[in-house]
Write a protein that binds this ligand. Structure first.
Ligand code: UD1
Ligand code: UDP
Length: 356
């Protein structure tokens, strides 16, 4: 079988890394098609180097832009490559514009599409990711659902059971494959912070950071939490969010330590030793759940309800008062939840599923 793995952003590179390794191990004829949606060194190349991934055969260098423009350029570029290479199948992962373009280009050419991380729903259509998820799932021939709950959602939308495989989430594979290596790094020492004595923050979601009032509120809530617990707050800031802080001239009181986005191993270290994580990231909600670290999600909904069900995560929105209440409640809890995202063998099941 010839397979094209289409990716373009930080989380796709990280979550596809176990699948790429499995393709290499099992001798599948595959190539990587990178859309270039992410292109800054610390959002893209650093992960190829750190995770020792093979070079992409194609990089479309589409870059940033409005949704229609960015997705349209990807669609045209992917179509050209697929027409030339004629793979038997393509694999996309997650909910970005890259995923929508990849699935749509392939299905229109009659190429079999596999969607990794299928069946997630926030039911919030203001999120660009929600539109991408629904579209990608309904374009796909094989749906790799991370959990039974995701499978139920897909069945409820009329997708035949024969096309759905419950595999677990490849982020578990990625965490298990990399945690030991991460622990060998001196991430905390370099930042002069102590285990269980800092708060880690990430926020980059369009609906949070592109709204000046909401983003300013969120940052105020983060500052208040740092003060309440009297511990450092570390925020590796996504380029979208950095741009917005400058553009909106949001004033902070200097207590949040903004640092550049870090490598995956450094981020795993920061997560696993944090007292508390505040985030609006999808992947970070999952990783904290897997690592046994309490999480407060700075959103009003989540497409990862499994984390709420097992008790590793609470939804606070972006009002400082609610953020404070959720932080206290998460810190008071036992951290004995069970990881609902699988056994770390998702990539094997996915590659097997594509072959069958
Ligand atoms: C995208 C995904 C989002 C995902 C996130 C992962 C969509 C609709 N959104 O959001 O689901 O959670 O990636 O991080 O696909 N920029 C850089 N360098 C880069 C990439 C982006 O400076 O390498 C800046 C640019 O100013 C750009 C902005 O970030 O305009 C947003 O980038 P974009 O890829 O459009 O969306 P993300 O916010 O990264
Ligand atoms: N991550 C990273 N460095 C950082 C912040 C995040 O390597 O500075 C990793 C994190 O471990 C997770 C992924 O990036 O695997 C999450 O990506 P992001 O939050 O950008 O996207 P989302 O998951 O929300 O789509």
């Amino acid at each position: 079988m010839t397979l094209s793995i289409i990716l373009g952003t930080r989380p796709e590179i990280i979550k596809m890394s176990p699948v790429i390794r499995e393709c290499q191990r099992s001798g599948i004829d595959y190539f990587i098609l990178h859309t270039g949606q992410h292109y800054s060194y610390n959002m893209d190349r650093v992960f190829f180097e750190e995770l020792k991934l093979p070079e992409a055969k194609y990089n479309l260098e589409v870059g940033s832009g409005a949704h229609g423009e960015q997705t349209g350029k990807m669609l045209a570029g992917i179509e050209k490559v697929l027409m030339k290479e004629k793979p038997e199948a393509v694999l996309v992962q997650g909910d970005t514009n890259t995923v929508l373009a990849g699935a749509l280009a392939a299905v229109k050419l009659g190429i079999k599409v596999g969607h990794v991380e299928a069946g997630l729903r926030s039911y919030d259509r203001r999120m660009p990711e929600e539109i991408n998820r629904v579209m990608a799932d309904h374009c796909s021939d094989i749906l790799f659902a991370p959990t039974e709950k995701c499978k139920e959602t897909l069945l409820g939308e009329g997708i035949p059971e024969s096309r759905i495989h419950v595999t677990g989430n490849t982020i578990v594979d990625a965490v298990y494959q990399n945690l030991k290596l991460a622990k060998e790094k001196n991430t905390l020492e370099e930042l002069d912070i102590k285990p269980k004595n800092y708060i880690l923050v990430t926020a980059h979601r369009q609906e949070n950071v592109d709204d000046p009032v909401r983003f300013a509120n969120l940052l105020k809530g983060v500052e208040e939490l740092g003060e309440e617990f009297n511990i450092p707050v570390i925020y590796p800031i996504h380029p979208r969010s950095k741009k917005r802080v400058q553009e909106f001239r949001i004033k902070t009181d200097g207590s949040i330590r903004f640092i550049d986005p870090v490598e995956f191993l450094d981020f795993l270290n920061l997560e696993s030793s944090a007292r508390l994580v505040l985030t609006d990231s999808g992947g970070v909600q999952e990783e904290t759940c897997i690592l046994g670290v309490p999480c407060v999600t700075l959103r009003d909904n989540t497409e990862r309800p499994e984390t709420i069900d097992v008790g590793s995560n609470m939804l606070s929105g972006t009002e400082p008062e609610m953020m404070m209440e959720c932080a206290h409640r998460m810190l008071e809890k036992e951290k004995d939840w069970i990881n609902p995202f699988g056994d770390g063998k998702a990539a094997q099941r996915i590659v097997k599923g594509m072959r069958s």
